[in-house]
Design a protein around this ligand. Structure first.
Ligand code: NAP
Length: 443
């Protein structure tokens, strides 16, 4: 049993399927709390990153292999407990990702108009948990806190025209809101310097190629200290990031309809506004020579009616599974779940819940292989599941009123989305509403 059908779970299913043939073949169930598979590839990868999205073709082949079964719309901890799963499966591999966001910890952060980038991404990706009307984009100024790839994604989606996004699978209600967007200025804030930014150069460069937005960088914010120089010398990726930013700092704005300000050495200290977000107060910082930054006491205010916090994700504890609150991951050794320092027989982790929210999709391949190697090494000594028949899971859930979405159900959803796309001259239009997804799954 693999919990989570994102890249980590599916790569683990693939590695397991390849590890056993003939009599040793594994029978693998991949379950997901959503009716649809593919996790963050479907609900996190930006809609205009079509090449990355196409990884779905490879992931799909894994789920279609003999011996692999997808079961969606099952929430572990609510619909079925980890203990119950242990009675049916010899091995449980958790690949349930990092589902929540981290707060910045500044006053005003909870005002209306403040949201996490995770919520915004979920909304534009048509995630069934996202409220359809969650974002209206009546804001002129948007402050995006953080300079990682998620910040870059949300800034780019906000900057593009709907014409540029029409070729994607964005749900209709999202395209409508983007069409009416009032946004003129998008500000991205890094609390440290350009050599400490987390985005990757390929993603960064896309911001400089936007037809609808001028990218604006302040030359005086591209400070480099000894630690930055060392980072540039040791990492070509850091060097390229800094070079790109230095080139942009020389650019003259072209009067495009939107402006994307990429700012550094500014630490958010308070959200301005009484009943909703009106701006963001930031403290200027300076590099401390060791890779960190210290406050200077000088403040600046930015006009923004929408604040998006893109400061990283965090894992969520699953009932019945140990969890390290400090690091936000399940304690593990090479993928073996640890309880009080000792491996729990038959329990494993892969992906973000194992190592934290870092790396690109491909990182999960090696990560899953490591975990599966541990499973293979342990399997002969594992206790056999007591009631041992995974086929009992669907009727058990049906008895509890859980509408399990099988592979055929997902294919029906897939077909419905492709049909919807055809009616609009688009490849696909995503269905966002959970009830509508379940209706489509029924065919
Ligand atoms: P991330 O890469 O960890 O970036 C988080 C950013 O937030 C950093 O700039 C960090 O600055 C900043 N930050 C953290 N706490 C802060 C605070 N209290 N105040 C101000 N700034 C703060 O996280 P992410 O952007 O969420 O991305 C998660 C993972 O997904 C990454 O591995 C990313 O590469 C991956 N991803 C990849 C793609 C892609 O390949 N296209 C797209 C999306 C996401 P400090 O460094 O100073 O802490």
């Amino acid at each position: 049993m693999i919990i989570g059908s994102g890249p980590a779970g599916i790569y683990a299913a693939d590695a397991l399927a390849q590890a056993g043939t003939g009599e040793d073949a594994w029978s693998i169930d991949v379950i997901d709390r959503l009716p649809c598979p593919y996790g963050l590839v479907r609900y996190g990868v930006a809609p205009d990153h079509l090449k990355i999205k196409s990884i779905i073709t490879a992931l799909r082949k894994v789920l279609e292999q003999p011996g692999v079964r997808f079961l969606g719309n099952i929430e572990v901890g609510t619909d079925v407990s980890v203990d119950e799963l242990h009675r049916l499966y010899d091995v449980i591999l958790f690949a349930n990702g990092a589902a929540v966001d981290r707060p910045i910890g500044i006053p005003g952060e909870d005002l209306p108009g403040s949201a996490s980038a995770r919520e915004f991404v979920a909304w534009y990706s048509g995630h069934p948990d996202a409220e359809l009307g969650r974002f209206t984009l009546e804001a002129r100024g948007v402050a995006v806190v953080g300079v990682g790839n998620v910040a870059v994604d949300v800034a780019r989606v906000l900057a593009k025209t709907t014409g540029e996004l029409r070729g994607t699978d964005l749900p209709d209600h999202v395209l409508d809101v983007l069409e009416r967007s009032q946004v003129t200025d998008i500000h991205m804030f890094g609390r440290r310097g350009p050599a400490q930014a987390k985005f990757t150069t390929k993603e960064l460069r896309e911001l400089g190629e936007l037809t609808n937005a001028d990218v604006i960088v302040h030359p005086d914010e591209l400070q480099l200290d000894a630690a930055s120089e060392a980072a540039i010398a040791s990492s070509p990726a850091v060097r390229r990031n800094v070079e790109v930013l230095q080139e942009w700092a020389q650019r003259e704005p072209q009067g495009r309809p939107r402006r994307l300000h990429v700012r550094f050495l500014l630490r958010p200290v308070a959200v301005l506004g009484t009943d909703r977000v009106a701006g963001l107060r930031l403290e200027r910082s300076r590099l401390d020579g060791t890779g960190g930054a210290v406050g200077t006491g000088e403040h600046t205010d930015i006009d923004a009616q929408l604040l998006l916090r893109a400061i990283g994700y965090r894992g969520l504890p699953l009932p019945g599974l140990p969890f390290d609150e400090g690091s936000g991951v399940v304690p593990n050794a090479g993928g073996r779940v640890l309880r009080e320092g000792a491996p729990v027989p038959g329990e494993y982790v892969a992906g973000w819940i194992k190592r934290g929210p870092t790396g690109v999709i491909g990182t999960n391949k090696g990560d899953a292989r490591e975990t599966v190697a541990a499973v293979i090494e342990d399997v002969a000594g594992l206790p056999v599941a007591r009631d041992g028949d995974p086929d009992e899971l669907p009727p058990l859930l049906a008895g509890r009123g859980v509408e399990v979405v099988t592979w055929a159900g997902w294919q029906a959803i897939d077909d419905a989305e492709l049909d919807l796309g055809r009616t609009q001259g688009r490849d696909r239009v995503k269905i966002a509403d959970r009830l509508e997804l379940l209706r489509a799954a029924r065919g």
